[in-house]
Design a binder for this molecule. Structure first.
Ligand code: SME
Length: 158
């Protein structure tokens, strides 16, 4: 199958495949790996979908006030409402944008599914404009497939 993902993407996927431990450990390690490996991925996190809210799970980067986001709000909530991944090259163009830090210039959100049902999402911010490509989206979809079962466990945990 032709793929747009790079050697760097492949190497991260191999490292995610090698992770062991509880769902909490695997998800935090995945986030840490993405943050430390991918260029310009300055804030990396997972939001779990619970009812009509996104609840912040593991993340790496500046602490954020946005621990809960309603479906429909911001880039994250819009991705759920529209059932669509998002690549935003310039966050100042998004009307209902929720700023995590004033430094953020671009963002990608990729839905994480378990058995075709959205259970969570990756949210990644960059201090660099237009830092995310369709290949990054393709890569994150692959990572999402790997971590979907763990996200499902934690998304449904109260
Ligand atoms: N920028 C996101 C909010 C999450 S913070 O960036 C961590 C949004 O607009 O939904």
């Amino acid at each position: 199958m032709p793929t747009g993902i790079s050697e760097l993407h492949e190497s991260v996927i191999d490292q995610v495949l090698d992770l062991n431990g509880s769902p909490e450990v695997i998800l935090q390690s995945t986030i840490d790996l993405l943050h430390s490996t991918m260029p310009g991925w300055d804030w990396v996190g997972i939001y779990f979908l619970r009812g009509d809210k996104l609840i912040l799970g593991p993340y790496k980067g500046t602490d954020t006030e946005h621990k809960e986001i309603k479906v429909g709000e911001g880039v994250c909530g819009s991705a759920i409402k529209e059932n669509a991944n998002k690549i935003v090259d310039d966050v100042t163009t998004v009307e209902n944008y929720i700023a995590c830090t004033p430094n953020t210039k671009s963002e990608i959100v990729v839905l994480i599914k378990y058995q075709d049902e959205v259970v969570a999402q990756f949210d990644v911010d960059s201090d660099k404009a237009a830092n995310f490509t369709p290949q990054d989206e393709e890569f994150l979809i692959e990572v999402a497939d790997l971590v979907g079962p763990y996200c499902r466990v934690l998304a449904t945990k109260s």
